[in-house]
Write a protein that binds this ligand. Sequence first.
Ligand SMILES: [Zn+2]
Length: 500
Amino acid sequence: MDRDFKIYNTLSRSVEPIKTKVKGVLSFYSCGPTVYSYAHIGNFRSFVTADLLLRTATSLGWQVNYATNITDVGHLTEDDFTDPSGEDRMAKALRSKEGEQFPNVWDLARFYSNKLIEDWHLLNLVEPTVRPRATEHMREQIAAVQLLIEKGHAYETSQGVYFSVTSFPTYGQLSGNTLDNVLEESVRDVVVDKEKRDPRDFALWKKDDKHLMQWYSPWGWGFPGWHIECSVMAMNYLGDEIDLHAGGEDLIFPHHECEIAQSESLTGKQFARYWVHTRFLQVEGEKMSKSLGNFFTVRDLVAPKDEGGKGIDPLAVRMTLLSGHYRKPFNFTLKTLKGNVKHRERLQEIIDEVGYSDSAPIEYEGEMGGALQAIYTRALDAMTDDLNTPLALAALFGGTKVIQSGLSGATEADLTSVRAWLKQMNDLLGVIHAAEAKESQTEKVDELGALVEPLLQARQQARADGNWGRADEIRAQLTELGVEIMDTPEGPKWKKVAGI
Ligand SMILES: [Zn+2]
C-alpha cells in the first residue's frame, strides 16, 4: 500500500496528503536566499525543511525535481514587507566594511553564492536538481513582464512596471490578506510612485539607469522586481503547474502571494497546489541580532576555534535544527546544541565501529534487525506526518541506544542490519556525511597500514633468518593491534579483525 505524505498546506490551511500531478514524481520549488551576506541559521532552518521534504519524498520512492534559486540581484527592499528600509541590499552590502574586499557588486554576489553552497554541503543538504540564478534568467523575466502587460495585468509608469492587483481577483488567497486588509495598508507606505493606479500594486520592473546591476528592457535600463524572478524560474524548470512550493513564513506575504498572482495571470493555471512555510527561529529566546551577539551564521558555529568559530560538528547543528517542528517558532540554544554534539558523537562511534556504506543492502535480520527496522518505520511515519522531526530524531537516538547496547556481541547479521539502518536513517534525515564517513574509514585503515607494514616486513625477515621466536613476538604485536595475519602463497596478507 502506498504511504501518504501529509503536510500542512498554507493554501488550504489544513494538513493533507500530497497528491502529485504525475504519480510518483514531485515537482518542488523552494525559495533560496539573496546573496548579499552569509546565510544565517534562521535562513538555514527553512532550507533544512525543504531538504527534509525532498528526503522524505525520496524515501517513499518518489522522484523529486527540485529547484531552489539564488537571488543574486539586488531586489527592491520595498518588495520585502519585513524590511522596508527602502535600500538595495546588495548596494548596501558593498558599501559595508565586509564589502570593501569586493571590486564590484557582481563579485560580491558570486562570493556569497559560493559560500552559500559550501554551507549547504556542510549541513548535508541534498544538491537540488537545478539551482537557477536570477541574473541568468533576465531574458525570461523581461518576457514575462511584457506578457503581463499584453494580458492587461500590468502597466508602465515613468518609474517602472507594476502588477495590477485588482486584475487578479483572488489576490490574498494564500496570506488571507484581502485588498482592504490592514497589512496592505502598511505596504502602501513604502511604495512611492504617485503614478501607480492602486497603492497596493507591486513592482515587476524598476527603471534605474544608475543602479549597480542593470539590464536593458523595453522600458529602458533597470532591474526586475524580486517576485517575478521566482515565478519565472519555477515555471521555466518545473512547468506551469508545480506540486509543492516552500519558503520561510516571512515569504507568505508579499513574495508568495505575488508569485501566485503573476504566474496564474500568465498561464491561467494553478501555480502550486501545496505551500509549506517554516516558522521563524530565535536564539536563546530572542530575535537574532548582531547587536545582541546572538547572530549565528553556519560558519560562526562550525569554523575551527582558531578561525573564530566554535568548532562544532555541522551535523550537530543540523540535528539541533531538526529538534524543533518546522511549524512552531524555534528557540535555538547553545544548551540544545551541546546535547546534540553528544548525540552526534554517539552516532559517529557506531559508524567508526561498523562502517557506513551508501550502497549497503537494505536487509534487516534477527532480533536486532527487527528492532531497528521498527525504529526506521517509526521515523518514516513521523516524517510523513507533517515532518515531525522531534519524533524522528527521538527514533534516531533510540536506535543508537539499541545498537550500542548490542554491539559487543553483534553477529554478521546484526552488523548488516545496523548498516541498513544507518543508510535508511541517513537518507531520511541527513545526519551522516556519507563521503566523510567513507574517508574516515579509509584514513584509519591507512593509519593502521603504516603500523602494520613495517612489522610484517620485520616478521618476514625473522622467518627468512629462521628466527622463529622473533617472528612469533611480532605476530603477537600484530594481534594486539587487532590485525590477523594469513600466510598465503603470494606472501603474508593481513586484515583488521577488531575495533580500530
Ligand atoms: Zn522566491
